[in-house]
Write a protein that binds this ligand. Structure first.
Ligand SMILES: *[C@@H]1O[C@H](CO)[C@@H](O)[C@H](O)[C@H]1NC(C)=O
Ligand SMILES: *[C@@H]1O[C@H](CO)[C@@H](O)[C@H](O)[C@H]1NC(C)=O
Ligand SMILES: *[C@@H]1O[C@H](CO)[C@@H](O)[C@H](O)[C@H]1NC(C)=O
Ligand SMILES: *[C@@H]1O[C@H](CO)[C@@H](O)[C@H](O)[C@H]1NC(C)=O
Length: 194
């Protein structure tokens, strides 16, 4: 697999970030004109930690919660996930047993109280995000996926997935951009270097 070869060659140092901004209508809030929801993909070896950060001061993401979707650049496969699941497995005849082989995966958060082995920090609240002022800890949601069969560009970097949506009405998301790797805090005590 391309991604595994690449991982063996060097440390993954790639974070994709995209912003989903309110574009008016019902979701616009005069008290919070620049609030946004930022989604980051932090490639750690062949695991990708996907985080949604609600940087809006007052607006929550309510039940039924976010539904994060995108298009893969190639025939990428999600072998397994922790903290979320794809709504469809799709056609995994070439990757038997894989979690999802959809070209356009839709990921949903797991419900509260799932077994510990299926959880990661900041997961499993049914896709609900608090606003920043209400509860900054619960304003973040995260899941981990093990992705393979990455389509790489000529420089060996995986091609970016595109056309993201977090499924909450009233927002428009930018395409992802790459940012410098940073030391990320996951949960209360753990920092990882991407
Ligand atoms: C999104 O929110 C973060 C945190 O408040 C802020 O730093 C960033 O500038 C915002 N981005 C946009 C496009 O409003
Ligand atoms: C599933 O994918 C395989 C391999 O690409 C293909 O041969 C097969 O026709 C597909 N099955 C369906 C039901 O689309
Ligand atoms: C991605 O979004 C662009 C711009 O909205 C659209 O033209 C294109 O058809 C979308 N691609 C797919 C595969 O849906
Ligand atoms: C995002 O990237 C995709 C694929 O590169 C492209 O088709 C689409 O037009 C882009 N959308 C925007 C809003 O730039």
């Amino acid at each position: 697999m391309e991604m595994e070869k690449w991982a063996a060659g060097r440390r993954m140092a790639l974070i994709l970030v995209l912003l989903c901004c309110v574009f008016g209508g019902d979701a616009y809030d005069v008290l919070d004109p620049t609030g946004n929801i930022t989604i980051s993909w932090d490639f750690q070896e062949i695991k990708v930690l996907v985080s949604l950060h609600n940087y809006q001061l007052y607006r929550h993401v309510e039940d039924p919660g976010w539904r994060l979707s995108w298009f893969w650049a190639g025939d990428e496969v999600i072998y397994d996930t922790t903290g979320a699941e794809a709504t469809e497995q799709g056609n995994c005849s070439l990757f038997v047993g894989a979690h999802s082989c959809e070209k356009h995966p839709v990921m949903v958060d797991l419900a509260r109280g799932v077994p510990y082995a299926r959880q990661v920090d900041h997961c499993c609240r049914g896709g609900v995000l608090s606003s920043l002022t209400q509860n900054s800890e619960a304003a973040t949601s995260a899941f981990l996926m093990h992705v393979g069969n990455f389509k790489s560009s000529s420089d060996g970097i995986p091609q970016k997935p595109f056309n993201f949506s977090h499924g909450v009405p009233g927002y428009r998301c930018s395409n992802a951009t790459m940012v410098a790797p940073t030391r990320t805090r996951i949960g209360k005590h753990r920092h990882v270097q991407a």
